[in-house]
Design a protein around this ligand. Structure first.
Ligand SMILES: [Zn+2]
Length: 253
């Protein structure tokens, strides 16, 4: 039985506005926007940020003043299980162990109930398991796959591969540049719930998904053109939660 942590709730308009104002204040601190302050008078009037402006000079969006703790991995499963995170950048806590490097023997000895990690690490692990090169004790709970601008998107066939290798449900987690969760797949597997304290998504007229970062962590972006598209829908999900969800998330870059 997979249980959900109650980390989502419907936000008030007031809370949304406060988060946007805080995000604009954070953006005004970074070099890119310091020469464009007039663009940030209000979020409603802020222009789109082309992806190549960000990727060609991420340092221009870096907030030196921000407190940058390693994020805690968001898990779709209850606490009481052993989770192996494949890849750096996350804090270890209780049942969560971080495997920074590819260490199949240690991973097998740990015997995780769930594994989480960037898409390429999960894909490689799945291919190794399926080909018999890696023997893992059977997972009991879940595979959490990190996607996003750092990691790319799931490709056709990935979910089938992960199922063949691990025989547990797959949960996609879209992450930001500091590995903060931006949107997470739920037990109903009907799209990704937006983590509204970390991200605001909207679609422009060309169906590009725009991201305004609300986590105010390492990088500040306002209306970043992500190179992804999705429908942004509110309403009740099969898991029982309401709030914005990304449906049909795909790369269009
Ligand atoms: Zn749901």
């Amino acid at each position: 039985m997979i249980q959900w942590r109650p980390f989502r709730q419907v936000d008030s308009e007031q809370l949304r506005q406060r988060r946007l104002e805080r995000a604009l204040r954070a953006a005004r601190e970074v070099p890119y926007y310091q020469t464009r302050l007039s663009q940030l008078n209000s979020w409603a009037d802020a222009p789109r940020l082309p992806l190549d402006h960000f990727l060609s000079d991420p340092a221009a969006f870096y907030r030196h003043s921000a407190e940058k703790r390693s994020p805690v991995v968001k898990l779709p499963v209850a606490d009481a299980c052993r989770v192996a995170v494949l890849g750096a950048g996350f804090e270890e806590s209780g049942p969560v162990r971080v495997f920074r490097y590819d260490s199949p023997q240690e991973l097998a000895e740990y015997g995780p109930d769930a594994i989480a990690g960037p898409m390429d690490r999960i894909r490689k692990t799945a291919l190794d398991v399926r080909a018999g090169r890696l023997k893992l004790p059977a997972l009991e709970r879940a595979v959490v796959v990190f996607t996003g601008l750092r990691d790319g998107m799931l490709e056709p066939g990935d979910r089938e591969l992960f199922w063949q290798a691990f025989r547990v449900p797959v949960y996609e987690q879209l992450q930001g540049f500091h590995r903060e969760a931006l949107a997470t797949e739920c037990d109903a597997h009907e799209g990704l719930h937006v983590e509204t304290s970390n991200a605001l998504f909207e679609l422009d007229s060309e169906e590009h998904l725009l991201l305004t970062g609300l986590a105010c962590s390492a990088y500040a972006v306002v209306r970043l053109v992500t190179g992804f598209s999705a429908r942004v829908e509110e309403g009740l999900c099969g898991c029982g939660w309401t709030g914005p969800r990304l449906l049909g998330l795909r790369s269009i870059a």
